[in-house]
Design a protein around this ligand. Structure first.
Ligand code: PXL
Length: 276
Protein backbone atom coordinates (compact mmCIF):
# COMPACT_ATOMS: atom_id res chain seq x y z
CA UNK A 1 0.00 0.00 0.00
CA UNK A 2 1.58 3.31 -1.00
CA UNK A 3 1.69 6.25 1.41
CA UNK A 4 -0.96 8.86 0.56
CA UNK A 5 -1.20 12.52 1.48
CA UNK A 6 -4.44 14.35 0.86
CA UNK A 7 -5.79 17.87 1.29
CA UNK A 8 -9.28 18.62 2.52
CA UNK A 9 -10.81 22.08 2.24
CA UNK A 10 -13.83 22.93 4.37
CA UNK A 11 -14.78 24.94 7.44
CA UNK A 12 -14.00 24.21 11.07
CA UNK A 13 -17.21 24.16 13.06
CA UNK A 14 -15.65 24.07 16.52
CA UNK A 15 -18.68 22.26 17.95
CA UNK A 16 -21.11 20.23 15.88
CA UNK A 17 -19.40 17.10 14.51
CA UNK A 18 -19.26 18.18 10.88
CA UNK A 19 -16.84 19.32 8.19
CA UNK A 20 -13.13 19.38 9.22
CA UNK A 21 -13.60 18.00 12.73
CA UNK A 22 -15.10 14.93 11.02
CA UNK A 23 -12.89 14.68 7.91
CA UNK A 24 -9.56 14.96 9.75
CA UNK A 25 -10.07 12.11 12.25
CA UNK A 26 -11.89 9.82 9.83
CA UNK A 27 -9.42 10.07 6.95
CA UNK A 28 -6.47 9.88 9.37
CA UNK A 29 -8.00 6.72 10.91
CA UNK A 30 -7.93 5.23 7.39
CA UNK A 31 -4.12 5.58 7.50
CA UNK A 32 -3.95 8.57 5.17
CA UNK A 33 -2.05 11.80 5.92
CA UNK A 34 -4.70 14.51 6.02
CA UNK A 35 -3.65 18.12 5.41
CA UNK A 36 -6.26 20.81 5.93
CA UNK A 37 -7.20 24.18 4.57
CA UNK A 38 -9.86 25.65 6.86
CA UNK A 39 -12.15 27.91 4.84
CA UNK A 40 -13.75 29.48 7.91
CA UNK A 41 -13.96 29.02 11.66
CA UNK A 42 -17.44 28.93 13.21
CA UNK A 43 -18.24 28.44 16.89
CA UNK A 44 -20.81 25.81 15.84
CA UNK A 45 -22.42 24.66 12.60
CA UNK A 46 -25.36 26.65 11.25
CA UNK A 47 -28.11 24.04 11.52
CA UNK A 48 -29.87 24.45 14.84
CA UNK A 49 -27.52 26.62 16.91
CA UNK A 50 -28.29 30.34 17.18
CA UNK A 51 -25.85 33.27 17.29
CA UNK A 52 -22.80 31.36 16.09
CA UNK A 53 -19.58 33.24 15.26
CA UNK A 54 -18.16 33.09 11.73
CA UNK A 55 -14.55 34.00 10.85
CA UNK A 56 -14.21 33.94 7.09
CA UNK A 57 -10.74 32.75 5.99
CA UNK A 58 -11.29 33.25 2.23
CA UNK A 59 -8.62 35.94 2.03
CA UNK A 60 -6.00 33.63 3.58
CA UNK A 61 -6.48 30.94 0.95
CA UNK A 62 -4.31 32.36 -1.90
CA UNK A 63 -1.32 33.00 0.41
CA UNK A 64 -1.54 29.47 1.82
CA UNK A 65 -1.71 28.13 -1.74
CA UNK A 66 1.28 30.27 -2.82
CA UNK A 67 3.37 29.05 0.11
CA UNK A 68 2.65 25.41 -0.80
CA UNK A 69 3.67 26.11 -4.42
CA UNK A 70 6.97 27.63 -3.17
CA UNK A 71 7.59 24.62 -0.93
CA UNK A 72 6.82 22.18 -3.75
CA UNK A 73 4.00 20.62 -1.71
CA UNK A 74 1.47 18.52 -3.67
CA UNK A 75 -1.31 16.07 -2.89
CA UNK A 76 -2.53 12.62 -3.97
CA UNK A 77 -6.13 13.77 -3.54
CA UNK A 78 -8.03 16.99 -2.85
CA UNK A 79 -11.42 16.66 -1.17
CA UNK A 80 -13.74 19.61 -0.68
CA UNK A 81 -16.74 19.82 1.61
CA UNK A 82 -18.75 22.79 2.87
CA UNK A 83 -17.41 25.97 1.25
CA UNK A 84 -18.60 29.41 2.30
CA UNK A 85 -18.61 31.54 -0.86
CA UNK A 86 -18.20 31.62 -4.65
CA UNK A 87 -14.75 33.15 -4.12
CA UNK A 88 -13.71 30.05 -2.16
CA UNK A 89 -14.84 27.87 -5.06
CA UNK A 90 -12.57 29.90 -7.35
CA UNK A 91 -9.66 29.41 -4.95
CA UNK A 92 -10.28 25.66 -4.76
CA UNK A 93 -10.09 25.51 -8.58
CA UNK A 94 -6.67 27.18 -8.28
CA UNK A 95 -5.57 24.53 -5.75
CA UNK A 96 -6.67 21.86 -8.27
CA UNK A 97 -4.45 23.55 -10.87
CA UNK A 98 -1.37 24.16 -8.72
CA UNK A 99 -0.91 21.64 -5.88
CA UNK A 100 -2.40 18.44 -7.33
CA UNK A 101 -0.05 15.60 -8.28
CA UNK A 102 -0.47 14.39 -11.87
CA UNK A 103 -2.75 11.52 -10.84
CA UNK A 104 -4.44 13.48 -8.02
CA UNK A 105 -8.05 12.45 -7.35
CA UNK A 106 -10.40 15.39 -6.89
CA UNK A 107 -13.47 14.67 -4.82
CA UNK A 108 -16.17 17.34 -4.46
CA UNK A 109 -18.98 17.02 -1.95
CA UNK A 110 -21.30 19.89 -2.98
CA UNK A 111 -22.35 20.23 0.68
CA UNK A 112 -24.98 22.96 0.37
CA UNK A 113 -28.45 21.46 0.74
CA UNK A 114 -30.65 18.71 2.18
CA UNK A 115 -34.33 17.81 2.47
CA UNK A 116 -35.26 19.94 -0.55
CA UNK A 117 -33.65 23.14 0.78
CA UNK A 118 -30.36 25.01 0.51
CA UNK A 119 -28.53 25.37 3.84
CA UNK A 120 -28.77 28.78 5.47
CA UNK A 121 -26.63 31.39 3.68
CA UNK A 122 -26.46 29.75 0.22
CA UNK A 123 -28.04 31.12 -2.96
CA UNK A 124 -28.31 30.28 -6.66
CA UNK A 125 -25.11 32.18 -7.48
CA UNK A 126 -23.25 29.74 -5.21
CA UNK A 127 -25.04 26.79 -6.87
CA UNK A 128 -23.88 28.05 -10.30
CA UNK A 129 -20.26 28.25 -9.12
CA UNK A 130 -20.52 24.79 -7.53
CA UNK A 131 -21.61 23.37 -10.91
CA UNK A 132 -18.27 24.49 -12.36
CA UNK A 133 -16.31 22.87 -9.51
CA UNK A 134 -18.23 19.58 -9.88
CA UNK A 135 -17.24 19.48 -13.57
CA UNK A 136 -13.57 19.64 -12.52
CA UNK A 137 -13.87 16.73 -10.06
CA UNK A 138 -13.19 13.02 -10.55
CA UNK A 139 -15.92 12.13 -8.04
CA UNK A 140 -18.90 14.16 -6.85
CA UNK A 141 -20.81 13.06 -3.77
CA UNK A 142 -24.25 14.75 -3.83
CA UNK A 143 -27.49 13.84 -2.09
CA UNK A 144 -30.76 14.13 -4.05
CA UNK A 145 -31.42 17.73 -2.98
CA UNK A 146 -27.96 18.82 -4.11
CA UNK A 147 -28.33 16.97 -7.43
CA UNK A 148 -31.65 18.78 -7.97
CA UNK A 149 -30.15 22.21 -7.31
CA UNK A 150 -27.18 21.43 -9.57
CA UNK A 151 -29.34 20.19 -12.45
CA UNK A 152 -32.51 22.28 -12.08
CA UNK A 153 -34.63 19.10 -11.92
CA UNK A 154 -37.54 19.20 -9.44
CA UNK A 155 -36.99 17.65 -5.99
CA UNK A 156 -39.06 14.57 -5.18
CA UNK A 157 -39.31 12.47 -2.04
CA UNK A 158 -40.99 9.62 -3.92
CA UNK A 159 -39.35 8.48 -7.11
CA UNK A 160 -38.23 5.52 -9.18
CA UNK A 161 -35.13 4.41 -11.09
CA UNK A 162 -36.14 6.56 -14.08
CA UNK A 163 -36.01 9.75 -11.96
CA UNK A 164 -32.57 8.82 -10.55
CA UNK A 165 -31.31 8.06 -14.08
CA UNK A 166 -32.60 11.46 -15.22
CA UNK A 167 -30.63 13.17 -12.42
CA UNK A 168 -27.51 11.11 -13.21
CA UNK A 169 -27.76 11.93 -16.93
CA UNK A 170 -28.09 15.63 -16.13
CA UNK A 171 -25.07 15.50 -13.78
CA UNK A 172 -23.00 13.77 -16.46
CA UNK A 173 -24.13 16.34 -19.08
CA UNK A 174 -22.94 19.05 -16.69
CA UNK A 175 -19.47 17.47 -16.75
CA UNK A 176 -19.53 15.23 -13.65
CA UNK A 177 -17.31 12.21 -14.37
CA UNK A 178 -18.24 9.80 -11.59
CA UNK A 179 -21.10 10.17 -9.14
CA UNK A 180 -21.49 8.73 -5.65
CA UNK A 181 -25.19 9.44 -5.16
CA UNK A 182 -26.21 9.09 -1.51
CA UNK A 183 -29.55 8.48 0.18
CA UNK A 184 -31.28 6.73 -2.72
CA UNK A 185 -34.29 4.71 -1.61
CA UNK A 186 -36.29 2.60 -4.06
CA UNK A 187 -38.41 0.73 -1.51
CA UNK A 188 -39.73 1.11 2.00
CA UNK A 189 -37.35 0.31 4.83
CA UNK A 190 -34.33 0.41 2.54
CA UNK A 191 -31.96 3.08 1.28
CA UNK A 192 -28.57 3.05 -0.35
CA UNK A 193 -25.95 4.59 -2.56
CA UNK A 194 -25.76 4.64 -6.34
CA UNK A 195 -22.28 4.56 -7.85
CA UNK A 196 -21.95 5.78 -11.41
CA UNK A 197 -18.39 5.11 -12.51
CA UNK A 198 -17.29 5.45 -16.13
CA UNK A 199 -20.98 5.38 -17.09
CA UNK A 200 -21.58 2.05 -15.25
CA UNK A 201 -24.44 2.05 -12.71
CA UNK A 202 -24.24 0.03 -9.50
CA UNK A 203 -26.26 0.22 -6.30
CA UNK A 204 -25.55 -0.76 -2.70
CA UNK A 205 -28.77 -1.11 -0.74
CA UNK A 206 -28.96 -1.32 3.03
CA UNK A 207 -31.45 -0.90 5.86
CA UNK A 208 -33.01 2.54 6.37
CA UNK A 209 -32.81 3.59 10.00
CA UNK A 210 -35.67 5.42 11.73
CA UNK A 211 -33.48 8.25 12.98
CA UNK A 212 -31.14 10.46 11.00
CA UNK A 213 -28.41 12.81 12.24
CA UNK A 214 -26.94 16.08 11.07
CA UNK A 215 -23.47 15.74 9.54
CA UNK A 216 -23.73 12.19 8.25
CA UNK A 217 -23.01 13.50 4.74
CA UNK A 218 -19.58 14.57 6.00
CA UNK A 219 -18.89 11.24 7.76
CA UNK A 220 -19.96 9.45 4.58
CA UNK A 221 -17.81 11.50 2.18
CA UNK A 222 -14.78 11.34 4.53
CA UNK A 223 -14.97 7.55 4.86
CA UNK A 224 -15.42 7.27 1.07
CA UNK A 225 -12.28 9.37 0.49
CA UNK A 226 -10.30 7.42 3.11
CA UNK A 227 -11.30 4.05 1.64
CA UNK A 228 -10.62 5.23 -1.92
CA UNK A 229 -7.13 6.29 -0.81
CA UNK A 230 -6.66 2.81 0.66
CA UNK A 231 -6.97 1.58 -2.93
CA UNK A 232 -10.53 0.27 -2.66
CA UNK A 233 -12.65 0.51 -5.81
CA UNK A 234 -15.23 3.30 -5.88
CA UNK A 235 -18.02 0.77 -5.28
CA UNK A 236 -16.15 -0.84 -2.34
CA UNK A 237 -15.37 2.59 -0.88
CA UNK A 238 -19.02 3.64 -1.27
CA UNK A 239 -20.14 0.42 0.48
CA UNK A 240 -17.63 0.83 3.35
CA UNK A 241 -18.70 4.45 3.82
CA UNK A 242 -22.37 3.40 3.90
CA UNK A 243 -21.80 0.66 6.50
CA UNK A 244 -19.72 3.06 8.60
CA UNK A 245 -22.38 5.78 8.42
CA UNK A 246 -25.08 3.29 9.48
CA UNK A 247 -22.95 2.43 12.51
CA UNK A 248 -22.54 6.17 13.28
CA UNK A 249 -26.31 6.64 13.26
CA UNK A 250 -26.90 3.53 15.41
CA UNK A 251 -24.34 4.66 18.00
CA UNK A 252 -25.81 8.18 18.05
CA UNK A 253 -29.32 6.79 18.64
CA UNK A 254 -28.09 5.20 21.88
CA UNK A 255 -27.18 8.64 23.30
CA UNK A 256 -29.55 10.99 25.13
CA UNK A 257 -30.55 14.08 23.18
CA UNK A 258 -27.48 14.11 20.91
CA UNK A 259 -29.21 16.30 18.30
CA UNK A 260 -26.42 18.32 16.68
CA UNK A 261 -24.30 15.68 14.95
CA UNK A 262 -23.38 12.05 14.50
CA UNK A 263 -21.16 10.47 17.15
CA UNK A 264 -18.89 9.09 14.43
CA UNK A 265 -16.05 8.58 16.96
CA UNK A 266 -17.87 5.56 18.38
CA UNK A 267 -17.92 3.93 14.94
CA UNK A 268 -14.23 4.38 14.08
CA UNK A 269 -13.29 0.84 15.27
CA UNK A 270 -15.92 -0.47 12.82
CA UNK A 271 -14.45 1.63 9.99
CA UNK A 272 -11.00 0.17 10.60
CA UNK A 273 -12.50 -3.34 10.57
CA UNK A 274 -14.32 -2.60 7.29
CA UNK A 275 -11.05 -1.49 5.67
CA UNK A 276 -9.30 -4.78 6.42
O1 PXL B 1 -21.65 19.84 5.87
C1 PXL B 1 -22.44 20.29 6.82
C2 PXL B 1 -22.05 21.62 7.36
C3 PXL B 1 -20.73 22.00 7.45
N1 PXL B 1 -20.35 23.20 7.94
C4 PXL B 1 -21.26 24.07 8.40
C5 PXL B 1 -22.61 23.75 8.34
C6 PXL B 1 -23.02 22.51 7.81
C7 PXL B 1 -24.43 22.16 7.71
O2 PXL B 1 -25.30 22.82 8.15
O3 PXL B 1 -23.50 24.62 8.82
C8 PXL B 1 -20.82 25.40 8.94
Amino acid sequence: MSYKKILTVQDISCVGQCSLTVALPIISACGVETCVLPSAVLSTHTAGFKGYTFRDLTDDMPAINDHWIKEGISFDAIYTGYLGSTKQIEYVARLFDTVAKDDCLKIVDPAMADNGKLYYGFDMEFVEAMKGLCAKADYVVPNITEACFLTGIEYKTEYDREYIDRLLDALVSMGCKNVIFTGISYREGKTGVVVLENGEYSYYEHEKLENSCHGTGDSYASAFVGALMREKSAYEAARIAADFTLECIKETAKLDNHWYGAAFELAIPKLIQLLK
